[in-house]
Design a binder for this molecule. Structure first.
Ligand code: ADP
Ligand code: MG
Length: 173
């Protein structure tokens, strides 16, 4: 089975980290939609949002999703990819969608340890933990709706990868 695998979840849930390891385990390509956009446009998420607003960024994000969807590819999606129903339907129809679920406190710890501000613009201007709780409250149902599988991503990375391979009944390359 070489259908694309889509990782969804909020920023900091481990889409890039787990996605790279998962791709290596399977001998799949790895693509990060935020990074792909950065390479295509020469602008960071923050810069695109500043110039074109969130709607402009969201439109580019949907195009990025479709452009990177290829067989034998692990796609790490931007945290807001699930907001558009069209993106949720596209992912579900083109591959297996995995939600990396992590409690808000753990997300806050991870993001405070590695803020990477330019790729992660604040959405509301509130303190980190509150903002994460708000965003999770708004999006949890959408991550669930998009996903074929929900994985506990507060575990160590190797265990998360093993669980994903297990639920997808895939073997390491
Ligand atoms: P995302 O791509 O979903 O925003 P990242 O893969 O960039 O998330 O991970 C965010 C931060 O959390 C990074 O510093 C990463 O090393 C760390 N991290 C990711 N997954 C785990 C994990 N399972 N356990 C501990 N730390 C993790
Ligand atoms: Mg990432």
């Amino acid at each position: 089975m070489t259908q694309p695998l889509f990782l969804v979840g909020p920023r900091g849930c481990g889409k890039t980290t787990v996605g790279q390891g998962l791709a290596a385990s399977l001998g799949f390509h790895f693509v990060d939609t935020d990074r792909w956009l950065l390479e295509q446009s020469g602008a960071t998420v923050a810069e695109i949002v500043e110039q074109e607003g969130w709607p402009g960024f969201r439109a580019r994000e949907s195009q990025a999703l479709q452009a990177v969807t290829q067989p034998a590819t692990v796609v790490a999606t931007g945290g807001g990819m699930v907001l558009a129903e069209a993106n949720r339907v596209f992912m579900r129809n083109h591959g297996a969608v995995i939600y990396l679920q992590v409690p808000a406190e753990t997300l806050a710890e991870r993001l405070m340890a590695s803020p990477e501000e330019d790729q992660r613009p604040t959405l509301t201007g509130k303190p980190m933990v509150e903002e994460i709780e708000d965003v999770l409250a708004q999006r949890e149902a959408l991550y669930q709706a998009a996903a074929h599988h929900v994985i506990d991503a507060s575990l160590p990375v190797e265990l998360i990868i093993a669980r994903i391979l297990e639920v997808l009944r895939l073997a390491r390359a």
